[in-house]
Structures are given as C-alpha cells and as structure tokens.
Write a protein that binds this ligand. Sequence first.
Ligand code: KIV
Ligand code: NA
Length: 272
Amino acid sequence: MLTAPELRALKGQRPSVWITAYDVVQAQVAEEAKVDVILVGDSLGMTTMGYDSTIPVTLNDMIHHATMVRRGAPHTMMIVDFPFLTYPDVPTALRNAGRIMQETLANGVKLEGGHEIIDVVDALIREKIPVIGHLGLTPQSIHTMGGYKVQAKTSASIERLIRDAKELSDHGVSAIVLEGIPDRVAAFVTQHIEAPTIGIGAGSQVDGQVLVFHDCLGLSPTLPKFARPFAHIRDAMIQGLQNYRHAVMEKSFPSDNETYHIPDSEWNKFLE
Ligand code: KIV
Ligand code: NA
C-alpha cells in the first residue's frame, strides 16, 4: 500500500492514479486494477445517494460507505472526504477526523479550501493525520460559487489559487486536488509547489489524475467535459438485464444444467 510520504515522493517520478469508490465491489475492482489511491468522495451524494449536490451528505454517510470501501480494498491507500460543515473549527474537525480515521481505517482525509482552513489543516497534521487539499471548483461551495463553474479564470482568482496551493503545500499536505481550472493554471501550480497536484478537469500537466468511478467506467447517465468513459458499464448492465428479461419471457432460462435434479427413483417413491 502506498503511504503518505511515498505519495508525496512520487512527484516528478510518475503520475499517481486516483479513483473514487463508494462500496465493496467498486473498491475490489479498484484494488484489483492497482490504482494508487481510492478516494471516498462526498460525490457519494450524487453518484450513489441521488442528491443533486454534495451538500446533503453527512459524516455518518461518509463513514458508512468508507467502511464498505475499506473492506473491499484493504491494501490500497484510502482517503475520505470531510463532508459539508464538518470542519468549521479545529475542535470539531479533530473530533470528526478521529471518527473517520478510527471507524473507517482511512489513511488520510481530504477537505476543501485554502488559507481559510489552514488552522484545521495544521491541527490535523499535528495529530499525524495525512491531509489532502482540494482547490479550484470546490463543490461544497456551490451556493457561493453560483453553480459548478470553472474557477481561476481571472488574474485575481489565479493569484489566490496559487497562494492557497503554496500555503497548503508549505504546511505539509500530502497532495492537492485541483478541480475545474484552466490547464495552464494547474501546470503553473504544479511547477511551483512541492506537494503533488491531482487533477480533475485541470488538464494533463499535473502530478496525477482523479476521476469519479461512475464517470470513468461509463456508469453515469451524463458526463462532464473533462471525463472520459474508459468502459461502458451502464450500457452493458442495461443490455444484460434485457437479455435476462427476454430469456425469462421465452422460458430459455433457466436451462437444464442451471437446474437442480433428483433421480427418478426418489421422485417415484414420493409419488407412491
Ligand atoms: O467527491 C469527490 O469525488 C471528489 C473528487 C471529484 C476529487 O472530491
Ligand atoms: Na469531494
């Protein structure tokens, strides 16, 4: 299993490969495919719980699903998102981090924000909890961002993003997720900080990539511009269930060798 220091040391060596997962089967396939890091993202709210944002996701939801992921992928680095409003101050963040680390056996936590949460980042790192940052399009800020929009498109916001990334890196985060920002901004940040940058909708000049499981495998009904479906699982599932339905309707399922039998002699005894 990759460790937090190894993750940081990968920078400049090779890209790291991250995928989200929310349950046992997803974790099993992620581990079998040898991804570096599994992120139990609060995208859980959209991919799995049917909400249209990450805001309704609770700490208990995250812990419930992260325990499933841990059981499915015991040998892969697992990072768990702090959900909305679970790190408003240091004592609350530490209490909630304790629950995440002890109840899910996570290898670290991820939280959205930069300078405004640096006290929380410091406190977590002081307690030896690996921290992953998340800058750019931060979905927990949907209401103040005014929707899911590409961030860091103006010189003032680019400057702020770079300052936040440097501060997080200097304070010891193990990596920083950069979401929904222009490629040259992500490349610049990547070149100017020590922590590895993990991009999602941030172009190719970063230190690693992360995708939502459902987007990566074609399970999502619709895809954002930055995602590529590397398989078409939703279509395969629908086709499979249609095949099943047709086989039941025409009574070709189950076949003889999908069926349990007893010898004629036993059956005849019963009929007597
Ligand atoms: O919740 C999530 O899946 C994430 C990734 C998109 C980085 O935070
Ligand atoms: Na998230």
